[in-house]
Design a protein around this ligand. Structure first.
Ligand code: NAD
Length: 498
C-alpha cells in the first residue's frame, strides 16, 4: 500500500492529520494507496515556506527561470512511460490516453519557456515633455491551483507552469483521487533545478481548500472542477480579495448539419463522446442532427459503433476506453441512465450491464446511447460525465444554434458542415467559449487560451496562453520624468499631456 503525503519545501513529507483518503486502481477496483488529507495548519506552513522562498525566485531573471522549465521538459520525456502508467493506474484512462494528458500539459510548459518574451512590458517614449511611460508585469507572490481528477498531469501543468515562470511560488492542491502524478511532477521540477518552496503539493479535501481560500498570503487561485464547487471557490476566494478563475462542468453539443460528411461526423462523435469514458470536460455529450434525414442516418451509423466499442483495462492499449474513476462515479452515471429511461428518452444502447472478464471488481460500464432526448430532461440539462451520448433532434439550424446557446453550460461546442456560411454564422453567434468547426474537441493549443462561458467558467481570464501570464502577474505602470522636462512651481491641476 502506497502512502502519499505532501511535497513541501522541496521534499516529500508525511501528513500529520491522521486523516487519509483511499486511492483506487479503477481497472481492478482495488485500493492501491492512501493519500494524506492536510489540515489548515499544514497548509499555512506550506504557504509560509513558499512565501519565504518566492522573493529570490522572482528576482531570478526570467531566462534562468525558463531554463528550469526546459530541463523539466527533458525529465518528463525521460519518464513519459512510467508517468503514463501511474496516471492510468490511478485514473482508469488507457495508457495512450494518459500520454495525451501529459503531452497537453507539456505544451503549456513549452509555451511558458518563452516567459522572457511574454513578460515584456510596453514603453512609450516621450509621452509628455521629458516623460516616458512604461509597464512591467510582476508576480503576485504565493498563488494556488486546485485541480480535478480527470487530467491529473495536464491541468496541474497548465496552472503551475505559467505561474512559476512568472516568478510566483505555487501551492498545488490536486484531486485526492489520483495524486500520484502531481507529486512526481513536483519532484521532477526540483530535479530540474527549481528552488525548494516554489512548487508545493498539499493533498487534501474541503478542509485544505477552505484554508487556501482564507489564507491572506495566497493571492490568486486557479480552480478546475465541477460547477457548484467552482462557484463556491470563486465566491469565497473573491470575497477574501483574491484573484480567482474557476472553471466548471460542461455539456458540449455537436451540431451535425444535413450536408455534413456523416462518416466523419460519426467517427468524431465516437471518439469525443466515449474517449476517456466520457470523463472529459470537452467530451461531446449531446449530438444535435439537423433534420429528420440527418438524424435517421446518424442513428443508423452510430448504433453499431457504440455497440462495438472496446472497453478494457487501462493497460490494454487497444481499448477505446477504460473504467470510470470510482464506484461512486459509476453508480452516478448508471443512475443518470435510469433517469433518462424514466424521463422517456429512447435508450438505444445500454452499457450498464457490461462486466470486464477477469476484472469483475473494476468500475466499468459500456457505452450508452439515447435518442429522442428533449431539452427539458435532466439527462440533457445536467453533466453526466460518463460514456453516455444523448441525441437531441433539431428540426432546423435555428433550433440547433439555440440549444447550446441557451444551455447553462458553455464550455465547448462543435458544428459539422460543409457550408462555410453556416459555420461562420454559428461560430459568431453561439454563446459558448470554445467552438470547433468539423473539430469535435476544440481544445485550443497552448499559445491560445482555454476557457468556458456561463456556468463553465467563473472569473474573467482564461487558462494558459497570454491570459495565463496575465492571471499570474499584476501590471505596474511607471511614469518617469527627468530633470530637463521639469518646470518650476507647484501644479494643482490634474496632470494632462495636453
Ligand atoms: P470536483 O469539483 O469534485 O473536484 C475538483 C477539486 O475540488 C478537487 O481538487 C477536489 O478535492 C476539490 N473539492 C471537491 N469538493 C469540494 C468541496 N466541497 N469544497 C472544496 N473543494 C472541493 O471535480 P472532479 O470530479 O475532480 O472533476 C470533474 C469535474 O471537473 C467535471 O465537472 C468536469 O467537467 C470538470 N472539469 C472542467 C474543466 C474545465 O476546464 N472547465 C476541465 C476538467 C474538468
Amino acid at each position: 500500500m502506497r502512502e502519499i503525503g505532501h511535497f513541501i519545501g522541496g521534499k516529500a513529507v508525511p501528513g500529520t492529520s491522521g486523516r487519509t483518503a483511499d486511492v483506487f486502481q479503477p481497472m481492478t477496483g482495488e485500493v492501491i494507496g492512501r493519500v494524506a488529507l492536510a489540515t489548515k495548519d499544514e497548509l499555512h506552513a506550506a504557504v509560509a515556506n513558499a512565501k519565504a522562498a518566492q522573493p529570490a525566485w522572482a528576482a531570478t531573471n526570467p531566462q534562468r527561470r525558463a531554463r528550469v522549465l526546459m530541463k523539466f521538459l527533458d525529465l518528463v520525456q525521460r519518464e513519459y512511460d512510467s508517468l503514463a502508467e501511474l496516471l492510468a493506474r490511478e485514473h482508469g484512462k488507457t495508457v495512450p490516453d494518459a500520454k495525451g494528458d501529459i503531452q497537453r500539459g507539456l505544451e503549456v510548459i513549452e509555451f511558458a519557456c518563452g516567459i522572457p518574451h511574454l513578460l515584456k512590458g510596453d514603453f512609450s517614449d516621450g509621452a509628455g515633455p521629458g516623460i516616458d511611460l512604461y509597464s512591467m508585469r510582476q508576480p503576485l507572490g504565493v498563488v494556488a491551483g486546485i485541480t480535478p481528477f480527470n487530467f491529473p498531469a495536464m491541468i496541474p501543468m497548465w496552472k503551475f507552469g505559467p505561474a512559476i515562470a512568472c516568478g510566483n511560488a505555487f501551492i498545488l492542491k490536486p484531486s485526492e483521487r489520483d495524486p500520484g502524478v502531481p507529486m512526481r511532477l513536483a519532484e521532477l521540477m526540483m530535479e530540474a533545478g527549481l528552488p525548494a518552496g516554489i512548487l508545493n503539493v498539499v493533498n487534501g479535501d474541503k478542509e485544505v481548500v477552505d484554508a487556501i481560500l482564507d489564507d491572506p498570503d495566497v493571492h490568486a487561485i486557479g480552480f478546475v472542477g465541477s460547477s457548484s464547487i467552482a462557484q463556491y471557490i470563486y465566491s469565497r476566494g473573491a470575497a477574501n480579495g483574491k484573484r480567482v478563475q474557476a472553471f466548471g462542468g460542461a455539456k458540449n453539443h455537436m451540431i451535425i448539419m444535413p450536408d455534413a460528411d456523416m462518416d466523419q461526423a460519426v467517427d468524431a462523435l465516437i471518439g469525443a463522446g466515449y474517449g476517456s469514458a466520457g470523463e472529459r470536460c470537452m467530451a461531446i455529450s449531446v449530438a444535435v442532427p439537423v433534420g429528420k434525414e440527418a438524424a435517421d442516418k446518424l442513428i443508423e451509423k452510430l448504433v453499431p459503433r457504440v455497440e462495438s466499442l472496446k472497453i478494457g483495462p487501462s493497460t490494454d492499449p487497444s481499448a477505446d476506453f477504460g473504467p470510470l474513476v470510482t464506484r461512486e462515479a459509476l453508480e452516478r452515471v448508471k443512475g443518470y441512465v435510469a433517469t433518462g429511461v424514466n424521463e422517456g428518452a429512447k435508450l438505444l444502447v445500454d452499457g450498464r450491464n457490461f462486466t470486464m472478464q477477469g476484472y469483475e471488481n473494476g468500475f466499468y460500464m459500456g457505452g450508452c446511447l439515447f435518442d429522442e432526448v428533449t431539452s427539458d430532461m435532466r439527462i440533457y440539462k445536467e453533466e453526466i460525465f460518463g460514456p453516455v451520448l444523448s441525441v437531441v433532434r433539431a428540426p432546423d439550424y435555428h433550433e440547433a444554434l439555440r440549444l447550446p446557446t441557451e444551455h447553462e453550460y458553455g464550455n465547448g461546442v462543435a458544428i459539422f458542415t460543409r457550408d462555410g456560411d453556416a459555420a461562420r454564422d454559428f461560430a459568431s453567434k453561439v454563446n459558448v467559449g470554445m467552438v470547433g468547426i468539423n473539430v469535435p474537441i476544440p481544445v485550443p493549443l497552448a499559445y491560445h487560451t482555454f476557457g468556458g462561458w456561463k456556468r463553465s467558467g467563473f472569473g474573467d481570464l482564461n487558462q494558459h496562453g497570454p491570459d495565463g501570464v496575465r492571471f499570474y502577474t499584476k501590471t505596474k505602470t511607471v511614469t518617469a520624468r527627468w530633470p530637463s522636462g521639469i518646470k518650476d512651481g507647484a501644479d494643482f491641476v490634474i496632470p494632462t499631456m495636453g
